[in-house]
Design a binder for this molecule. Structure first.
Ligand code: CP
Length: 311
Protein backbone atom coordinates (compact mmCIF):
# COMPACT_ATOMS: atom_id res chain seq x y z
CA UNK A 1 0.00 0.00 0.00
CA UNK A 2 1.22 3.50 -0.81
CA UNK A 3 1.67 5.94 2.07
CA UNK A 4 3.04 9.49 2.03
CA UNK A 5 5.77 9.71 4.70
CA UNK A 6 7.78 12.10 2.47
CA UNK A 7 8.20 12.66 -1.25
CA UNK A 8 11.23 10.45 -1.78
CA UNK A 9 9.29 7.52 -3.23
CA UNK A 10 7.22 9.54 -5.69
CA UNK A 11 8.31 9.91 -9.29
CA UNK A 12 8.27 13.35 -10.89
CA UNK A 13 5.29 12.17 -12.99
CA UNK A 14 3.39 11.22 -9.83
CA UNK A 15 4.12 14.58 -8.20
CA UNK A 16 2.92 16.37 -11.34
CA UNK A 17 -0.19 14.15 -11.37
CA UNK A 18 -1.05 15.18 -7.78
CA UNK A 19 -0.50 18.87 -8.62
CA UNK A 20 -2.60 18.59 -11.77
CA UNK A 21 -5.44 17.01 -9.77
CA UNK A 22 -5.17 19.84 -7.22
CA UNK A 23 -5.41 22.42 -10.01
CA UNK A 24 -8.31 20.63 -11.67
CA UNK A 25 -10.40 20.50 -8.50
CA UNK A 26 -9.49 24.09 -7.65
CA UNK A 27 -10.85 25.22 -11.02
CA UNK A 28 -14.08 23.17 -10.87
CA UNK A 29 -14.78 22.26 -7.22
CA UNK A 30 -18.48 21.56 -7.80
CA UNK A 31 -17.62 18.61 -10.05
CA UNK A 32 -15.82 16.81 -7.23
CA UNK A 33 -18.34 17.19 -4.40
CA UNK A 34 -18.90 13.42 -4.19
CA UNK A 35 -15.38 12.17 -4.99
CA UNK A 36 -14.77 10.84 -1.46
CA UNK A 37 -18.40 10.24 -0.46
CA UNK A 38 -18.69 7.91 2.55
CA UNK A 39 -14.92 8.05 3.21
CA UNK A 40 -13.42 9.31 6.46
CA UNK A 41 -9.93 10.57 7.24
CA UNK A 42 -8.59 10.34 10.79
CA UNK A 43 -6.48 13.43 11.53
CA UNK A 44 -4.16 12.66 14.43
CA UNK A 45 -2.30 15.54 16.10
CA UNK A 46 0.51 15.44 18.65
CA UNK A 47 1.37 19.07 17.88
CA UNK A 48 -0.48 22.31 17.24
CA UNK A 49 -1.79 23.21 13.80
CA UNK A 50 -4.05 25.67 12.05
CA UNK A 51 -3.60 25.08 8.30
CA UNK A 52 -2.98 21.36 8.27
CA UNK A 53 -6.01 20.62 10.40
CA UNK A 54 -8.38 23.05 8.67
CA UNK A 55 -7.29 22.25 5.11
CA UNK A 56 -7.59 18.47 5.49
CA UNK A 57 -10.92 18.70 7.32
CA UNK A 58 -12.41 21.12 4.78
CA UNK A 59 -10.95 19.10 1.89
CA UNK A 60 -12.69 15.95 3.13
CA UNK A 61 -15.98 17.85 3.58
CA UNK A 62 -15.82 19.50 0.14
CA UNK A 63 -15.05 16.13 -1.49
CA UNK A 64 -18.12 14.55 0.13
CA UNK A 65 -16.28 12.76 2.95
CA UNK A 66 -15.54 13.47 6.58
CA UNK A 67 -12.47 14.43 8.62
CA UNK A 68 -12.23 13.12 12.20
CA UNK A 69 -9.95 15.14 14.48
CA UNK A 70 -8.06 12.94 16.95
CA UNK A 71 -6.05 14.80 19.58
CA UNK A 72 -3.17 12.67 20.83
CA UNK A 73 -3.40 13.96 24.41
CA UNK A 74 -7.15 13.47 24.87
CA UNK A 75 -7.38 10.14 23.04
CA UNK A 76 -6.05 6.79 24.18
CA UNK A 77 -2.99 7.20 21.98
CA UNK A 78 -1.58 8.87 25.08
CA UNK A 79 -1.77 5.72 27.18
CA UNK A 80 -1.79 2.70 24.85
CA UNK A 81 0.56 1.32 22.23
CA UNK A 82 0.68 3.36 19.03
CA UNK A 83 0.29 0.19 16.93
CA UNK A 84 -2.88 -0.93 18.77
CA UNK A 85 -4.58 2.43 18.45
CA UNK A 86 -3.55 2.74 14.79
CA UNK A 87 -4.82 -0.72 13.86
CA UNK A 88 -8.17 0.16 15.41
CA UNK A 89 -8.32 3.55 13.65
CA UNK A 90 -7.55 2.01 10.28
CA UNK A 91 -10.52 -0.36 10.62
CA UNK A 92 -12.91 2.61 10.89
CA UNK A 93 -11.50 5.11 8.38
CA UNK A 94 -10.18 5.16 4.80
CA UNK A 95 -7.01 7.11 5.57
CA UNK A 96 -4.91 8.55 8.39
CA UNK A 97 -3.14 11.90 8.40
CA UNK A 98 -0.76 12.34 11.34
CA UNK A 99 1.22 15.30 12.66
CA UNK A 100 3.81 13.86 15.00
CA UNK A 101 6.93 14.85 16.91
CA UNK A 102 8.98 11.95 15.60
CA UNK A 103 9.22 10.39 12.15
CA UNK A 104 9.87 7.05 13.88
CA UNK A 105 6.28 7.16 15.22
CA UNK A 106 4.97 7.78 11.70
CA UNK A 107 6.81 4.64 10.59
CA UNK A 108 5.08 2.67 13.38
CA UNK A 109 1.72 4.03 12.25
CA UNK A 110 2.41 3.05 8.63
CA UNK A 111 3.39 -0.43 9.80
CA UNK A 112 0.16 -0.93 11.75
CA UNK A 113 -2.31 0.76 9.41
CA UNK A 114 -4.52 -1.02 6.90
CA UNK A 115 -5.21 2.27 5.09
CA UNK A 116 -2.97 4.95 3.52
CA UNK A 117 -1.08 7.22 5.94
CA UNK A 118 -0.12 10.84 5.20
CA UNK A 119 2.63 12.71 7.04
CA UNK A 120 1.08 15.96 8.25
CA UNK A 121 4.55 17.20 9.33
CA UNK A 122 7.11 15.71 11.66
CA UNK A 123 10.62 16.79 12.63
CA UNK A 124 12.09 15.66 9.29
CA UNK A 125 9.50 16.17 6.55
CA UNK A 126 6.48 18.24 5.59
CA UNK A 127 5.49 16.75 2.21
CA UNK A 128 2.00 18.33 2.08
CA UNK A 129 3.58 21.76 2.45
CA UNK A 130 6.06 21.13 -0.38
CA UNK A 131 3.24 20.05 -2.72
CA UNK A 132 1.38 23.25 -1.83
CA UNK A 133 4.50 25.34 -2.36
CA UNK A 134 5.11 24.05 -5.86
CA UNK A 135 1.40 24.39 -6.73
CA UNK A 136 1.69 28.04 -5.68
CA UNK A 137 4.90 28.55 -7.64
CA UNK A 138 3.27 27.09 -10.76
CA UNK A 139 0.44 29.62 -10.43
CA UNK A 140 2.92 32.50 -10.26
CA UNK A 141 5.49 31.49 -12.84
CA UNK A 142 5.21 31.77 -16.61
CA UNK A 143 6.36 28.63 -18.35
CA UNK A 144 7.78 25.32 -17.24
CA UNK A 145 8.31 25.24 -13.47
CA UNK A 146 11.62 23.41 -14.11
CA UNK A 147 12.95 26.81 -15.23
CA UNK A 148 12.06 28.51 -11.93
CA UNK A 149 14.46 29.31 -9.12
CA UNK A 150 13.61 29.55 -5.45
CA UNK A 151 15.77 30.80 -2.59
CA UNK A 152 14.96 29.43 0.85
CA UNK A 153 16.61 31.59 3.50
CA UNK A 154 16.70 30.80 7.19
CA UNK A 155 17.19 27.50 8.90
CA UNK A 156 17.30 24.02 7.43
CA UNK A 157 14.37 22.02 8.76
CA UNK A 158 11.49 19.75 7.77
CA UNK A 159 10.17 22.36 5.29
CA UNK A 160 13.51 22.93 3.54
CA UNK A 161 14.10 19.15 3.50
CA UNK A 162 10.83 18.62 1.64
CA UNK A 163 11.61 21.52 -0.70
CA UNK A 164 15.00 19.95 -1.47
CA UNK A 165 13.33 16.65 -2.36
CA UNK A 166 10.59 18.12 -4.55
CA UNK A 167 12.92 20.58 -6.31
CA UNK A 168 15.35 17.76 -7.05
CA UNK A 169 12.50 15.64 -8.50
CA UNK A 170 11.13 18.46 -10.65
CA UNK A 171 14.44 20.03 -11.66
CA UNK A 172 13.70 23.35 -9.94
CA UNK A 173 16.73 25.47 -9.02
CA UNK A 174 16.80 25.71 -5.20
CA UNK A 175 19.27 27.78 -3.20
CA UNK A 176 19.35 27.14 0.55
CA UNK A 177 20.75 30.32 2.10
CA UNK A 178 21.31 29.03 5.61
CA UNK A 179 24.10 29.35 8.21
CA UNK A 180 27.38 27.52 7.72
CA UNK A 181 27.61 24.35 9.76
CA UNK A 182 23.83 24.27 9.89
CA UNK A 183 23.66 20.77 11.28
CA UNK A 184 19.89 20.55 10.83
CA UNK A 185 19.49 19.25 14.38
CA UNK A 186 16.78 16.62 14.63
CA UNK A 187 15.58 17.33 11.08
CA UNK A 188 18.79 16.03 9.50
CA UNK A 189 18.28 13.33 6.88
CA UNK A 190 21.07 11.56 4.97
CA UNK A 191 19.13 11.43 1.69
CA UNK A 192 18.42 15.18 1.85
CA UNK A 193 22.09 15.87 2.66
CA UNK A 194 23.04 13.88 -0.44
CA UNK A 195 20.63 15.89 -2.63
CA UNK A 196 21.98 19.20 -1.28
CA UNK A 197 25.56 18.10 -1.95
CA UNK A 198 24.84 16.65 -5.41
CA UNK A 199 22.82 19.67 -6.53
CA UNK A 200 25.07 22.24 -4.87
CA UNK A 201 21.98 23.76 -3.25
CA UNK A 202 23.65 25.30 -0.19
CA UNK A 203 25.24 28.69 0.35
CA UNK A 204 25.92 30.37 3.68
CA UNK A 205 25.40 33.77 2.06
CA UNK A 206 21.71 34.79 2.00
CA UNK A 207 22.44 37.52 -0.59
CA UNK A 208 23.97 35.02 -2.97
CA UNK A 209 20.92 32.78 -2.41
CA UNK A 210 18.30 35.41 -3.30
CA UNK A 211 20.23 36.98 -6.21
CA UNK A 212 18.11 36.53 -9.34
CA UNK A 213 15.65 34.12 -7.70
CA UNK A 214 12.01 34.02 -8.89
CA UNK A 215 10.78 33.12 -5.39
CA UNK A 216 12.12 33.75 -1.89
CA UNK A 217 10.89 31.58 0.95
CA UNK A 218 11.37 31.39 4.69
CA UNK A 219 10.02 29.47 7.67
CA UNK A 220 10.10 29.82 11.43
CA UNK A 221 13.54 29.42 12.98
CA UNK A 222 12.19 27.58 16.01
CA UNK A 223 9.94 24.53 15.82
CA UNK A 224 6.42 25.11 17.10
CA UNK A 225 6.76 22.86 20.14
CA UNK A 226 9.73 24.88 21.42
CA UNK A 227 8.64 28.44 20.57
CA UNK A 228 6.78 29.27 23.79
CA UNK A 229 8.54 26.69 25.94
CA UNK A 230 10.27 28.45 28.91
CA UNK A 231 12.70 25.52 29.23
CA UNK A 232 14.03 26.41 25.76
CA UNK A 233 14.25 30.19 26.31
CA UNK A 234 18.05 30.38 26.50
CA UNK A 235 18.50 28.14 23.46
CA UNK A 236 15.77 30.04 21.57
CA UNK A 237 17.35 33.44 22.34
CA UNK A 238 20.76 32.23 21.11
CA UNK A 239 19.23 30.86 17.92
CA UNK A 240 17.30 34.08 17.20
CA UNK A 241 20.53 36.10 17.53
CA UNK A 242 22.45 33.73 15.25
CA UNK A 243 19.67 33.75 12.66
CA UNK A 244 19.04 37.51 12.32
CA UNK A 245 21.43 37.86 9.32
CA UNK A 246 19.16 35.36 7.56
CA UNK A 247 15.96 37.34 8.11
CA UNK A 248 13.88 37.76 4.93
CA UNK A 249 13.92 41.55 4.82
CA UNK A 250 13.59 44.54 2.49
CA UNK A 251 17.32 45.04 2.84
CA UNK A 252 17.93 41.48 1.62
CA UNK A 253 15.66 41.48 -1.44
CA UNK A 254 15.54 45.21 -2.31
CA UNK A 255 13.22 45.96 -5.24
CA UNK A 256 13.76 42.62 -6.94
CA UNK A 257 10.90 41.22 -9.02
CA UNK A 258 10.35 38.23 -6.78
CA UNK A 259 7.45 36.40 -5.12
CA UNK A 260 7.64 36.16 -1.33
CA UNK A 261 6.62 32.89 0.33
CA UNK A 262 6.22 31.66 3.92
CA UNK A 263 4.43 28.48 4.96
CA UNK A 264 3.02 30.06 8.16
CA UNK A 265 2.66 30.35 11.12
CA UNK A 266 4.58 33.63 10.92
CA UNK A 267 6.71 35.03 13.71
CA UNK A 268 6.66 38.73 12.82
CA UNK A 269 10.01 40.44 12.99
CA UNK A 270 12.01 37.24 13.28
CA UNK A 271 12.34 35.10 10.14
CA UNK A 272 10.49 37.73 8.09
CA UNK A 273 10.28 41.49 8.37
CA UNK A 274 6.67 42.37 9.14
CA UNK A 275 6.34 44.73 6.15
CA UNK A 276 7.12 41.93 3.69
CA UNK A 277 4.16 39.77 4.71
CA UNK A 278 1.72 42.14 2.97
CA UNK A 279 4.17 43.47 0.40
CA UNK A 280 2.60 43.49 -3.11
CA UNK A 281 5.10 40.76 -4.04
CA UNK A 282 3.89 38.46 -1.25
CA UNK A 283 1.91 35.31 -2.15
CA UNK A 284 1.92 34.08 1.44
CA UNK A 285 -1.85 34.01 1.98
CA UNK A 286 -2.45 32.49 -1.46
CA UNK A 287 0.12 29.86 -0.58
CA UNK A 288 -1.67 29.12 2.70
CA UNK A 289 -5.04 28.94 0.91
CA UNK A 290 -3.51 26.43 -1.49
CA UNK A 291 -3.06 23.94 1.34
CA UNK A 292 -6.75 23.12 0.83
CA UNK A 293 -6.41 22.57 -2.91
CA UNK A 294 -3.19 20.57 -2.61
CA UNK A 295 -4.72 18.30 0.05
CA UNK A 296 -7.60 17.56 -2.31
CA UNK A 297 -5.26 16.57 -5.14
CA UNK A 298 -3.25 14.40 -2.75
CA UNK A 299 -6.30 12.68 -1.22
CA UNK A 300 -7.69 11.93 -4.68
CA UNK A 301 -4.38 10.45 -5.87
CA UNK A 302 -3.62 8.46 -2.69
CA UNK A 303 -7.12 7.05 -2.29
CA UNK A 304 -7.05 6.04 -5.96
CA UNK A 305 -3.74 4.24 -5.38
CA UNK A 306 -5.52 2.23 -2.67
CA UNK A 307 -8.51 1.50 -4.96
CA UNK A 308 -10.76 3.48 -2.62
CA UNK A 309 -12.03 5.65 -5.48
CA UNK A 310 -12.51 4.74 -9.13
CA UNK A 311 -9.86 5.59 -11.71
N1 CP B 1 2.24 25.35 7.47
C1 CP B 1 1.60 24.58 8.36
O1 CP B 1 1.79 23.35 8.41
O2 CP B 1 0.71 25.24 9.14
P1 CP B 1 0.12 24.66 10.50
O3 CP B 1 1.28 24.33 11.39
O4 CP B 1 -0.77 25.72 11.06
O5 CP B 1 -0.65 23.40 10.18
Amino acid sequence: MRHLPHLKDLSSAEIKDILQRASTIKQSPAEYRSLLAAHSLAMLFQKTSTRTRVSFEVAMTELGGHGVYVDWTTSNFVLSGIEHETEYLSRNVSGIMARLLHHSDLQKIMGASQVPVINGCDEKFHPCQALTDVLTMMEHFDGDIANASIAYVGIQNNVSNSMAIICDKLGIDLRLGTPPADDNGESRDADVDAIIDRRGYHTADPREAVDGADFVYTDTWIDMQYFNNPDHKEENDAKLKKMMPYQLSRSLIGDADVRIMHDMPIHDGFEIETELVRDPRSVIYLQAENRLHAQKGLLWWLFEQADLVGK
